[in-house]
Design a protein around this ligand. Structure first.
Ligand SMILES: Nc1nc2c(c(=O)[nH]1)N[C@H]1C(S)=C(S)[C@@H](COP(=O)(O)O)O[C@H]1N2
Ligand SMILES: [Mo]
Length: 254
């Protein structure tokens, strides 16, 4: 009786060991299979390889979740003026390399195809000015509290009767030379902290910080705050986006 029980226990130990090895092997095989599947999946856009479709799907799903969870009333935290940096970091000069033709510069507001409103900096300075001091965050890992001034995008829409255009899903911004471009969902664009910005620390923007006009959008990473705006357009499809084409999340929200 004793012997029989002992043998039975031993058989059970062997069986369980075999089973757990088998389970482990299946797990490794499955993980390897998935890894290769994702690795060899086609990518979304060609530039520098883009992002594999399954990974892009995850990014898009994350975007949906963040959209639902945080959008509606989400504002970026604001700071007192005393905390704003005096020496403001400069990052990225794509679209700023050509010299600026100051006299000829206009903000081209493409209301519909063949109907473009051309505005000077003086036109924009006539509109109510809003200032925002927030922690500017770059995806490269730095952040800095900085102080910006300009016209709220939503005030600009009202002043120029662009409500019909603003009922579309996105705005697209492009530098005058077409080298840098971003797309922004309308809800974030119409958020009260989003500025068509012409001042930094109370003085006109320096050239390398986007003079004469840049976007400041505190609810998103710095990649979306396009410097030196040339064209502004409206669409229901996602406008082209420079860093999205290079594998970053389109939404780039905080
Ligand atoms: N035209 C243009 N705008 C741009 C960029 C760029 O390379 N070109 N870089 C973006 C990035 S990645 C960041 S973090 C911010 C930096 O703004 P700053 O130079 O005023 O700090 O600008 C954004 N806007
Ligand atoms: Mo950035």
């Amino acid at each position: 009786m004793e012997e029989k029980a002992k043998k039975k226990t031993q058989r059970q130990i062997v069986l369980r060991t075999l089973l757990s090895f088998l389970g482990f092997a299946i797990f490794i095989a499955g993980a390897t299979f998935l890894w290769f599947k994702v690795k060899n999946a086609s990518t979304d856009r060609g530039i520098r390889g883009g992002v594999q479709v399954p990974l892009r799907k995850v990014l898009n799903e994350n975007e949906q979740v963040f959209n639902k969870a945080f959008r509606k009333k989400h504002l970026a935290k604001e700071f007192p003026k005393s905390e704003a940096a005096k020496k403001v970091r400069v990052n990225g000069n794509i679209g700023l390399r050509a010299s600026l033709n100051n006299k000829n510069w206009r903000l081209n507001v493409i209301r519909s195809s063949g109907d473009t409103l051309k505005l000077t900096l003086a036109d924009l300075e006539k509109l109510p000015k809003t200032e925002v001091i927030f922690n500017f965050k770059c995806i490269e890992g730095w952040s800095q509290v900085s102080h910006w001034g300009g016209v709220r995008f939503s005030d600009f829409v009202k002043a120029y009767h662009l409500e019909k255009q603003a009922s579309k899903a996105y705005i697209g911004l492009v530098t005058p030379d077409g080298q840098y471009y971003v797309g922004i969902d309308m809800e974030s664009a119409m958020q009260p902290q989003t500025l068509l910005c012409y001042e930094m620390n109370g003085v006109p923007l320096p050239l390398d910080q986007g003079y004469p006009l840049r976007l400041i959008i505190p609810v998103k990473y710095g990649i979306k705050s396009l410097k030196r705006i040339g064209d502004l357009s409206f669409s229901n499809e996602r406008p082209p986006d420079y860093w999205f084409e290079r594998g970053y999340d389109y939404y780039a929200g905080l």
